[in-house]
Design a protein around this ligand. Structure first.
Ligand code: FAD
Length: 370
C-alpha cells in the first residue's frame, strides 16, 4: 500500500514525492508520457540539451528554492538576454536604453523618457478600451508597433484591438543599458539539462511511465491519498465544461552551422513571420561549446496555436469565463477527500518553476504537519 499516488512526474510531483519519501512515506508516481520530467524535460540530441516543451530558464529570488534546486544540479551563469527581430531591424529586450537608443538614436534616459512621454501625449488615450489602446498609452507608438503588436497578435491569434485591455497591466520600461531579462537574484541553466533533476528527485521512488491515472485507478486501489498534477477539469470528467488553453507547436531542426542566430532566444515581432520565437538550444550552455565546439546546432521555431482537447495544454487563459469555470472546479476539488490538486494543470495557473517548487514543498510540509 502506497501512502501517496502522485499523478505526474513534473517538477511538482517529483519534489512532493522526494520530500515524502525522505520522511519515510511511500509514493508511486504515475506518468502518462514515455518519460519523466513533465514540461522541464530536456532531451540530449547530438550533445545538445534540447528543451523539448519550450525553453526553460531558471530564475528566482527565493533563496530556499535556489538552495533546494542546487542540491540536484549544478547551474551555469546563463543570463537571459533575448533580442527581437522586426523586419531587418534588431532590438535588445527587455525594453531598455539599448532598445531606445536603436529606435531613436538617443543616448540618455532623460531623452528616452521625453520621447516616450511625447508619443503617449500625442495619442490622447484617457480610457483604454482594448489591448492596443492600453499598450499605446503605456509605451507610445514606436515600441508598440515594432515590438508588441505583431508578437501579441500571434500569441493570442487575435487582433490587439479585439483583445481586452486587462491582459497588459504594465509594460516594464528600463532606463538603463541592462539586457538581463529577469530582475531575480538567482538565474541559470542546469549544466547537463533539466531531466537529471527529476531523475535525482525520483531516485528510489517507484515510477510508472506510459501509465494514465484514469486507467490505473479503474483497476487499483493500492494507495491512501492522491496528489493530482494533471488537468483539474479532466479529473472531474469535464462535468462543468472544458477549461481553455493557448498552446505552442515546436518545429525543431538540426542546422549545419556552428551558430544559427548567435543567441538562445530571438523573438520575431512582425506579424508576417508565422512563428513567435526561435530558440537555439546550444546557447543555453555556452560552457559545453567552449569545451568542445560543434559545427552544427539545433533550433526550435515556436508557433503559438489554438488549443483543442487532445493537444498539449500550455498556458491557461485567465479571462473571466475560464477563471469562473476554474473557481467552480476548485470548489469541487475542495470537497474531494484525500486528493491534493497541485502544479500548473491541477491549479490552472501559470507557474514558474521556482513557484512550483515552493508550492510542492509547502504541500509536503502541510502533509507532514510541519
Ligand atoms: P508539468 O511539468 O506539466 O507536469 C505534469 C505531468 O503530469 C506531465 O508530465 C503530464 O504528462 C502528467 N500527467 C498529466 N495528466 C496525467 C494523467 N492523467 N496520468 C498520468 N500523468 C499525467 N518556468 C520557468 O521558471 N522558467 C521558464 O523559462 C519557463 N518557461 C516555460 C515555457 C513554456 C512554453 C511553458 C509552458 C512553461 C514554462 N515555464 C517556465 C513553467 C514550467 O514549465 C512549470 O513551472 C513546470 O513545468 C510545472 O510543473 P508541473 O509539475 O506543475 O507540471
Amino acid at each position: 500500500m502506497y501512502d501517496y499516488l502522485v499523478v505526474g512526474s513534473g517538477l511538482y510531483g517529483a519534489v512532493f514525492a522526494r520530500e515524502m519519501e525522505n520522511a519515510g512515506k511511500r509514493c508511486l508516481v504515475l506518468e502518462k508520457r514515455d518519460h519523466i520530467g513533465g514540461n522541464i524535460y530536456t532531451e540530449e540530441v547530438d550533445g545538445i540539451h534540447v528543451h523539448k516543451y519550450g525553453a526553460h530558464i531558471f530564475h528566482t529570488s527565493n533563496e530556499e528554492v535556489w538552495k533546494y534546486i542546487n542540491k540536484y544540479a549544478e547551474f551555469n551563469n546563463y543570463i537571459n538576454s533575448p533580442v527581437a527581430v522586426y523586419g531587418d531591424e534588431l532590438y535588445n529586450l527587455p525594453f531598455n536604453m539599448n532598445t531606445f537608443s536603436k529606435l531613436w538614436g538617443i543616448r540618455t534616459p532623460a531623452e528616452a523618457k521625453a520621447k516616450i512621454a511625447e508619443q503617449i501625449a500625442d495619442l490622447h488615450i484617457t480610457d483604454p478600451q482594448n489591448l492596443e489602446e492600453q499598450a499605446l498609452s503605456l509605451v507610445g507608438r514606436d515600441v508598440y508597433e515594432k515590438l508588441i503588436k505583431g508578437y501579441t497578435e500571434k500569441q493570442w491569434g487575435r487582433d490587439c484591438k479585439d483583445l481586452p485591455a486587462f491582459i497588459i497591466k504594465r509594460l516594464p520600461l528600463r532606463f538603463t543599458y541592462n539586457n538581463n531579462y529577469f530582475n531575480d537574484v538567482y538565474q541559470g541553466i542546469p549544466k547537463g539539462g533539466y531531466t537529471q533533476i527529476i531523475e535525482k528527485l525520483l531516485e528510489n521512488v517507484d515510477v510508472m511511465t506510459e501509465t494514465d491515472f484514469f486507467e490505473y485507478r479503474r483497476e487499483h486501489d493500492n494507495f491512501k491519498k492522491i496528489v493530482f498534477t494533471g488537468m483539474i477539469d479532466e479529473y472531474f470528467d469535464y462535468r462543468l465544461g472544458h477549461l481553455e488553453y493557448r498552446t505552442v507547436r515546436f518545429e525543431t531542426e538540426r542546422v549545419e552551422d556552428a551558430s544559427y542566430q548567435g543567441n538562445a532566444v530571438v523573438n520575431y515581432t512582425a506579424k508576417e513571420v508565422p512563428y513567435t520565437r526561435i530558440i537555439e538550444h546550444k546557447h543555453f550552455e555556452p560552457e559545453l561549446e567552449a569545451e568542445k565546439p560543434k559545427d552544427y546546432t539545433i533550433i526550435s521555431r515556436e508557433y503559438s496555436t489554438e488549443w483543442k482537447p487532445g493537444i498539449e495544454p500550455y498556458y491557461p487563459v485567465n479571462d473571466e469565463k475560464n477563471s469562473k469555470l476554474y473557481e467552480a472546479y476548485r470548489e469541487l476539488a475542495e470537497k474531494e477527500e484525500n486528493v491534493i490538486f497541485g502544479g500548473r494543470l491541477g491549479q490552472y495557473k501559470y507557474y514558474d518553476m521556482d513557484k512550483v517548487i515552493d508550492a510542492a514543498l509547502a504541500a509536503a510540509r502541510k502533509e507532514l504537519g510541519k
